[in-house]
Every structure is written in structure tokens, then in C-alpha cells.
Design a binder for this molecule. Structure first.
Ligand code: ARG
Ligand code: ZN
Length: 881
């Protein structure tokens, strides 16, 4: 474990390396406890006239066995080797030389799952961001691009399959039961994209013919006997390849493309060149074991990693500060892919819900950082919702500002200019500026400035003059180490909706640049006057969520209700209903805190009636519209002095209120939407299931709810319906015979399927109420649970810390005590996962004072533990700062 040194890395300190590594030859002699790695590096001075600089290679916990320079052993005093560094004091004078480095690593003891490790007996690697230095000494930084040739030797019986990046060039027998394979990747790449897999796996093979007619062999490797679960992933891969050719003109460039699913993985997946390695959760699926959400995630992540081949691999990042260059852009690309494959409005709503649930709290709390951070202590802690999701929103805004055509021109120019390079955000923006002839100088603040901008809007209508005026003001709240903010360029898509539900045409708009239905805010205040507006319109703002901001609009409930029924922009229509419900829930939670019964306007239940009955709307859209904001969403909107119990009670009361009014309608729709015909994971079928399951959630609040959910559970013919029913039973009908029976049945049926057991753990970890702390503690001793597996940790503890508002934030602080104890325990094996789970308390300052103090004590307890990892101390110290 790399303990915290307190070292801070700063963007302004970037300078190119004195040395380059044009060629890297690796030889692995694999064995679980002692793998020998020989790296033969061709090293070149960047500036041949510069001499004398020592060569410093990165390491992390390495054991050096042998070191040769140009074939000769190096004298003891010519170098200094520690586990974390190798320094050659005075490299030879010539421009190019070879360094042969032999290290020894123990994959079976690598519990951090960075570098070379074993997952279920399979050797695999994870090198991003700084895992390669756990394999050999190297210039382990993304601007060092090298051509790799990799030779792997292993026992044939243990590892009949030997994979690395690029194309296979050679393989053969070594005698004594051993064999070897050689892989060559002609594309220069940074070390974080290196990968190796060796083991005994089954394969699903296919092929793809690219737009220029090249045939590519595709392979998805999974545990033997699980091939039937990889079909959906393979289909998603082929669709991704076709889509990237059609939409971005990007063609695949090697003879093979392989994906390997492993069961122990710190993140979702990894885009290693030609050899993507996946958390098996994002590969394996069939109707019996995966929910519709799982299918959608698999499709999106397969696409994401594939799209990295151009945005990330062919063009990589100059340094880790530029992480959003590949991640934000690639998330944008996978979002667009899913929107094209499924329903664009539904996808957009889901994206915004995710952004608000994960990125907004980050941006509004102690861990806030710009999309392109300026400093970090541990880079692994910057694989965040801000870099990924807000990074994607920023790319989306570029497209909004430029228009689709100039956006594509800018992307083409970016690929043309920087293919084969390690680039920066400045390079990226310049390509768009040059392609479109536009200045993105002010816009670039979206990359540099943290915090969620707020836009306040008031309006007035002058009937006599037929003028409608908007007063718009922007502000960016202070964030850690950025107290003064500059004014941003915010593209605000809008519509003025008339009483017939149509957008009103206006003769002119003055006071801001208004183009194609977008107001471009650039100043603190804008007064925008629309002329030719006879009637007072309802204003529909931030359509399609054109900017990742919060809006404070002075708007009457009637207008919101009107927009929820008539707004021509589907996102804004969903938003209007969501705002109505959120406002009602905030008011209701206040009532509950004051021991008063919460009142709900009958208009909300009527709106639900109207939305459900509107057959012009997709099922999935109706499901999203009818889903009330989650407890965490409500808490975020309230912002401070949070009492999770009051929020929970308000939400239950709203659901019950709507369900009572609509009892007959919901019952009839529930029956009508029942399964017919064979299962299909397509978006329309998934939408039907999701709407029916939302109705189940409502109906289960009424008398007979537990029986209804139990029937739903037992009748379910797929995991989506089964998990939805189990959730209702385990949450709303906790402790009932129906709930206990369903939990037991589920456990018995799926006890040998780890990914399904994750759902069983997660559903129980999210069960509201004070009993959850003990339940989670008990579940951590369940035979199917393991502290060594990240998926298990995330499903049980991750869900509890981040997804159980009433249970985790129990008033007596027992949840926080479990938090501190667990995170310290996990850290011993896997600091990266511990640090990620520790972000579960990032919003502690918005809690009511008593909980706040208890949460602080838990964080302090962690922070004051001696010998903390860099990963965890970075998170807890920033959280407490
Ligand atoms: N690049 C991977 C992706 O596609 C994520 C890798 C994250 N790795 C890490 N150690 N933080 O999103
Ligand atoms: Zn990525």
C-alpha cells in the first residue's frame, strides 16, 4: 500500500520528460507467487544535445532482480533502486540506449487490484492510472508513447489463453507443460493502456468488417460455461463499431478486438488497446439474471470502452490533469450512442438524473473540483462524476454552441491534428475554435472553474406593448480554494409556451444573443425582451438540460402544471412534473418535522392521471415522469439542516396520496402492461416493464400491498420484475412473511451467482429505517459476501453509505460508526475502493446539527488513523477541510 506522503501534483508544474521510450519489449514468466517481468526499454533523449540529466523511472512496491544497460550489468553506484523508484545517475551520452530491467511480482498477493493480479485464477492487469509501475520501472506517465511487444510464458494447463494488446504474432510450445505467445501493438501507447490476460476462459467469437472492408476478429472471454451470457455484449460491440463509423467517421485499426470479463475489478471497465478488460457485471446478462438497467449499462459501457480507441487511445492525454479530455468526451459519445439506440428523450432524462444525483453533490460539497483539476494528491480519486459526467455536459454545450455540423468539423480537425499524440484541453478547444471560427475563451471556464452555476430568472409581460421580458442573473457559488468566480458562457435553451401549448414566435429578442432557441448568457445580468408576444407565456427554460446549472425561476404552480402537460420539449416536460413533486415534497417534509400532516395539492395526483393516460408518450417516459424524486434528490434540493426521516415520511405520503386517488386507474394499467410474449431487452419492452414496476411501487403503499408485491415477485419471469418486487417487499413491507419468504427464495435460487447475489445484498442494504445498520453488519458475514471483491463491497456497503438515507444516517450515529470501521478494514486490502466508499459522507455538512457532529467524528476517526493510504487520506482530509 502506498502510504500518504502528502505530495501534491500541480498542473502548472508539467514539463516534458527528458527521456522518451520509443520501444518497449516485455517478457512475462507467469506464476502466481513469483512472476518474472523483463522489460527491455529503448530509451532516447528527447533533446539529443542535452546531456547529464539523470533518468528517473517510477516504481511502486517493486523488487529489482537485474539491471543491464546496453547489454552490460550496471555498476552498483551507477544507479539507485528503491521499491518506488529507479534512478540511473548518468545515462550514456549517445542519443539512444537500451535498459533491461528484471522485476519480480506476486500477482496472487495483489489485493489492491492495480498492476498484475489474479481474479478467480485468471492473470489480469489494471494499469490506469499508475498501475504499470507496479509491474516494472517505467516513465509511467501518459505522454510517454511506446510501441510494445509482449511475450507471455505460462503453464499451458493453468493458462491456455495468453492475451495482450495489439495483434498476435507468434505462439508455441516451450516443453515441460509451458507455452508462450507474442503480441505486437503497432500503435504507440502510454503505459496505462498496457494489458495482459492469461488464464483458462471460454470465448464468444465473432467478426466485424470495417467501412474500408477490413475484417476484425472479435472475442469476448468469460468464465467457462458463461458464454451464453455474453451475446448481448457482443451485439452491443458490433453496434458500437458501426455507430462510430457512421456518426464520427472512426474506424477500428487492429486485426483483433478482445474483451475479457473478470470478477474482481476496481472500476467498470478499461479501454486497454485492443484488449478491453471489464468488470463481469458489465458483460454478463440474460433475462434471468440481469435487469433492464443492467442491459442498458452493458450497452453503454461496451460502447464507452470501444469509443476510447479513438478518444483516449489514438489521441491520449498529455498528463492526468487532462483526464476529462478522454473521459468527458467518451461519455458524451456513449450517451449519444445510447440515445440513438434507444429513446433520446428518455436517455436524456436518465443522464440528468444521474448528473444531479452524483455530480451536483460533488460540485456543491468539499470534494468539488474543476472538470480539469489543477492539483491532486492521488489521481485515482479524480475518476469522478465531475470529470466524467460534467465533462460530457461540457462537450454537449460545445455542440449546442457550434451546431451539429461545425461540431463534427471540429471533431474531425481534432482527430486530424492530434492522432498519435498526447493532447490537452487547449488543443481540443482550439480545434473547435478553428473549425467554426468561434471564440471559446469564456466558454473554457467550464473546464477551469468548479461549482454548479445558478441562474435566477424573473419575467414580466406588458400586454399593451406585446412585450415579454426575462431578467436573468448568473452566479457561481464559491468552492474549495476558489472563492472568486468569473462569469461563464451559459447556453440556455428555452421556449415561450402559449396557451395552446405551442411555442410562441417572437418578432425580435434584445438584450442577449438569442440564436436558434438558445439564450447565450455571458454577463452577470441580462434583460431579454421579446417583442410580438400578445399573451403571457409559460417559460420553458434549460430545455434538454442545455447547461448543467441549477435554476431558480419564479413560476406559478399553474405554469408548472401546464408545462408538465404541454411543453413541446420532452425533457422540460419531465422536469416540470419533477419540479412540482419536488416542491411538494420539500413543503411536506417541513410539515412532518413540525408534526403536522403533509398537505398535497390534488393537482399532483391529477397530473399523474393525465401522464399515465397519455398514450402519445413512451412507456419509459411515463415511468420516469411518475417516479417521484428520491430521498437524496429531495435532500439536495433542501440543501441544509437535513432530516432524512422527515424526507422519507414525506415521500411515502406523496406516493400513497397519488396511489389512493388513482387506485382504479393504476390497477387497470398495471394489468394491461403485464408481460406478453418472450422477453426482449429492447428499450420499448424495458419501458413497459419500468412503468409497470413504478405502478407496483405506488400500489404497494395501499392495503394489500405486500400481497400484491409477493404475487409480482412469484409471477416474475425476468430479473427486472423480480428485483422490483423484492425491493418493494424488503423496503416497504420489511419483516412481513411475504418479504422474508421472497428474500429466502431469491437467496436459494441465486446463491451460486455472485452478480445476482449483489442485487440481494444491495436491496437489503437500501432498506430504509433504523434496523439497516445491524442488517448490513450481519450481511457482511454472509457466506456469499467477501471483503476482497469490489462488487460485493459496493453492493453492500456502497449502497448502504450512498443509497440508504434513513438507515445510514440513523440519528444515533451507528451508521457512521460502521462506516469508519468498514472503510479502515477495506483500506488494508484495497485503498482505492476504500477511498471511493468514503465519499459516502461527502455531504455531511448539509445534515442537521446532531447527525453532522456524529458524521464528523467518524471522519476524524479515519483521518487520525496512522499510516493511512494516499487514496483514503486525500478523501477524508478534503472532506473535513
Ligand atoms: N478509463 C476507464 C474508463 O473507461 C476507467 C479507469 C479508472 N481506473 C482507475 N484506476 N481509477 O472509464
Ligand atoms: Zn472512460
Amino acid at each position: 500500500m502506498r502510504t500518504d506522503t502528502g505530495q501534491v501534483f500541480r498542473l502548472e508544474d508539467y514539463r516534458p520528460s527528458d527521456y522518451l521510450i520509443p520501444r518497449t519489449e516485455l517478457r512475462f514468466v507467469l506464476s502466481p507467487d513469483s512472476t518474472i517481468v523483463t522489460a527491455t526499454l529503448t530509451i532516447r533523449r528527447r533533446d539529443p544535445s542535452e546531456r547529464g540529466a539523470p533518468l528517473t523511472l517510477d516504481g511502486d512496491g517493486l523488487v529489482l532482480r537485474r539491471l543491464e544497460l546496453d547489454g552490460m550489468p550496471l555498476a552498483q553506484d551507477a544507479y539507485a533502486a528503491t521499491p518506488d523508484q529507479l534512478v540511473i545517475h548518468a545515462p550514456p551520452a549517445q542519443a539512444e540506449f537500451t535498459l533491461a530491467i528484471e522485476t519480480e511480482v506476486a500477482p496472487s498477493q495483489n489485493t489492491a487490484l492495480m498492476g498484475l493480479y489474479r481474479s478467480n485464477g485468471v492473470y489480469c492487469t489494471q494499469c490506469e492510472a499508475e498501475g504499470f509501475r507496479r509491474i516494472t520501472y517505467f516513465l509511467d506517465r501518459p505522454d510517454i508513447l511506446s510501441v510494445y511487444t509482449v511475450r507471455i510464458e505460462a503453464l499451458r494447463q493453468e493458462a491456455p489463453l495468453l492475451l495482450s494488446n495489439g495483434n498476435p504474432t507468434e505462439n508455441g510450445d516451450l516443453g515441460g507443460g509451458r507455452h508462450f505467445a507474442v503480441w505486437h501493438d503497432p500503435f504507440p501507447k502510454p503505459s496505462y493502456l498496457f494489458a495482459l490476460v492469461a488464464g483458462d476462459l471460454g470465448v464468444v467469437a465473432d467478426h466485424f468488417t470495417t467501412m474500408s472492408g477490413r475484417k476484425v476478429s472479435l472475442g469476448i472471454y468469460v468464465e467457462h460455461g458463461k458464454q451464453h451470457l455474453a451475446g448481448y455484449a457482443m451485439d452491443a460491440l458490433k453496434r458500437s463499431m458501426t455507430w462510430d463509423e457512421r456518426v464520427f467517421g472512426r474506424e477500428y485499426d487492429l486485426d483483433v478486438f478482445n474483451i475479457v470479463a473478470v470478477s474482481d475489478f476496481n472500476m467498470g471497465a478499461m479501454e486497454n488497446k485492443g484488449l478491453n478488460i471489464f468488470n463481469d457485471k458489465y458483460v454478463l446478462a440474460d433475462e434471468n439474471t440481469a435487469t433492464d438497467a443492467d442491459f442498458a449499462n452493458i450497452e453503454a459501457i461496451i460502447a464507452h470502452e470501444y469509443f476510447h480507441n479513438w478518444t483516449g487511445n489514438r489521441i491520449t492525454c498529455r498528463d492526468w490533469f487532462q483526464l476529462c479530455l478522454k473521459e468527458g468526451l467518451t461519455v458524451f459519445r456513449d450517451h449519444e450512442f445510447s440515445a440513438d439506440q434507444r429513446s433520446r428523450p428518455v436517455k436524456r432524462i436518465a443522464e440528468v438524473r444521474t448528473l444531479r444525483a452524483h455530480q451536483f453533490p460533488e460540485d456543491q460539497g468539499p470534494l468539488a473540483h474543476p472538470v480539469r483539476p489543477r492539483r491532486y494528491r492521488e489521481i485515482n480519486n479524480f475518476y469522478t462524476a465531475t470529470v466524467y459526467e460534467k465533462g460530457s455536459e461540457v462537450v454537449r454545450m460545445i455542440r449546442t454552441i457550434l451546431g451539429a455540423e461545425d461540431f463534427r468539423k471540429g471533431m474531425d480537425l481534432y482527430f486530424e491534428r492530434h492522432d498519435g499524440e498526447a493532447a490537452t484541453i487547449e488543443d481540443f478547444l482550439k480545434a473547435f475554435e478553428d473549425a467554426a471560427g468561434k471564440d471559446l475563451g469564456q466558454f473554457a471556464l467550464w473546464y477551469h472553474q468548479a461549482g454548479t452555476p445558478n441562474v435566477t430568472v424573473t419575467s414580466s409581460h406588458d400586454a399593451a406593448a406585446a412585450q415579454f421580458t426575462l431578467q436573468i442573473e448568473q452566479s457561481v457559488p464559491p468552492t474549495p480554494s476558489e472563492s472568486r468566480k468569473r462569469l461563464m458562457h451559459i447556453p440556455l435553451a428555452f421556449g415561450l409556451v402559449g396557451s395552446d401549448g405551442r411555442d410562441l414566435a417572437y418578432a425580435a429578442a434584445d438584450g442577449a444573443a438569442v440564436e436558434d432557441g438558445v439564450i447565450h448568457l455571458r454577463k452577470r445580468r441580462h434583460t431579454v425582451t421579446f417583442s410580438g408576444i400578445d399573451e403571457r407565456p409559460a417559460i420553458s427554460l434549460n430545455r434538454g438540460f442545455s447547461a448543467p446549472i441549477t435554476l431558480s425561476v419564479e413560476q406559478r404552480l399553474e405554469d408548472q402544471l401546464f408545462l408538465a402537460r404541454h411543453d413541446g420539449d420532452p425533457f422540460s416536460r419531465w422536469q416540470a412534473f419533477n419540479t412540482v413533486m419536488t416542491d411538494a415534497l420539500i413543503a411536506a417534509s417541513r410539515h412532518i418535522r413540525d408534526d403536522r400532516a403533509p398537505p398535497f395539492s390534488p393537482a399532483i395526483a391529477e397530473l399523474a392521471t393525465a401522464v399515465l393516460g397519455d398514450d402519445g408518450l413512451e412507456w419509459a417516459f411515463r415511468a420516469l415522469a411518475l417516479t417521484p424524486p428520491g430521498e437524496a434528490d429531495i435532500a439536495r434540493e433542501i440543501g441544509s439542516n437535513i432530516d432524512p426521516d422527515a424526507i422519507f415520511a414525506a415521500r411515502e405520503a406523496l406516493l400513497r396520496g397519488i396511489a389512493q386517488v388513482n387506485a382504479d386507474l393504476f390497477a387497470a394499467a398495471y394489468e394491461r402492461l403485464a408481460d406478453s410474449g418472450p422477453f426482449s431487452p429492447d428499450a420499448a419492452s424495458a419501458g413497459r416493464r419500468s412503468l409497470r414496476n413504478v405502478l407496483l411501487d405506488y400500489r404497494s403503499t395501499l392495503a394489500g400491498g405486500a400481497d400484491l408485491a409477493a404475487r409480482h415477485f412469484h409471477a416474475a419471469s425476468n430479473m427486472t420484475d423480480r428485483a422490483a418486487a423484492l425491493t418493494v417487499l424488503a423496503h416497504r413491507h420489511q419483516g412481513t412473511p411475504q418479504a422474508l419468504e421472497a428474500l429466502t427464495r431469491f437467496e436459494k435460487t441465486f446463491s451460486s451467482d455472485a452478480l445476482v447475489m449483489d442485487k440481494w445484498f444491495a436491496i437489503q442494504a437500501a432498506a430504509p429505517g433504523p434496523a439497516a445498520v445491524e442488517a448490513v453488519r450481519g450481511l457482511s458475514a454472509h457466506p456469499a459476501f467477501s471483503f476482497g471483491n469490489p462488487n460485493r463491497l459496493r453492493s453492500l456497503f456502497g449502497t448502504f453509505f450512498s443509497g440508504n438515507q434513513t438507515g445510514f444516517h440513523r440519528a444515533d450515529g451507528a451508521g457512521y460508526a460502521l462506516f469508519a470501521e468498514t472503510i479502515l478494514e477495506i483500506e488494508k486490502r484495497n485503498p482505492q475502493v476504500a477511498a471511493r466508499l468514503a465519499t459516502g459522507l461527502r455531504s455531511w455538512r448539509s445534515l442537521e446539527p446532531k447527525r453532522q457532529e456524529l458524521a464528523r467524528q467518524a471522519l476524524v476517526l479515519i483521518a487520525s488513523t496512522p499510516g493511512l493510504s494516499a487514496d483514503l487520506s486525500d478523501i477524508v482530509e478534503r472532506t473535513l477541510a
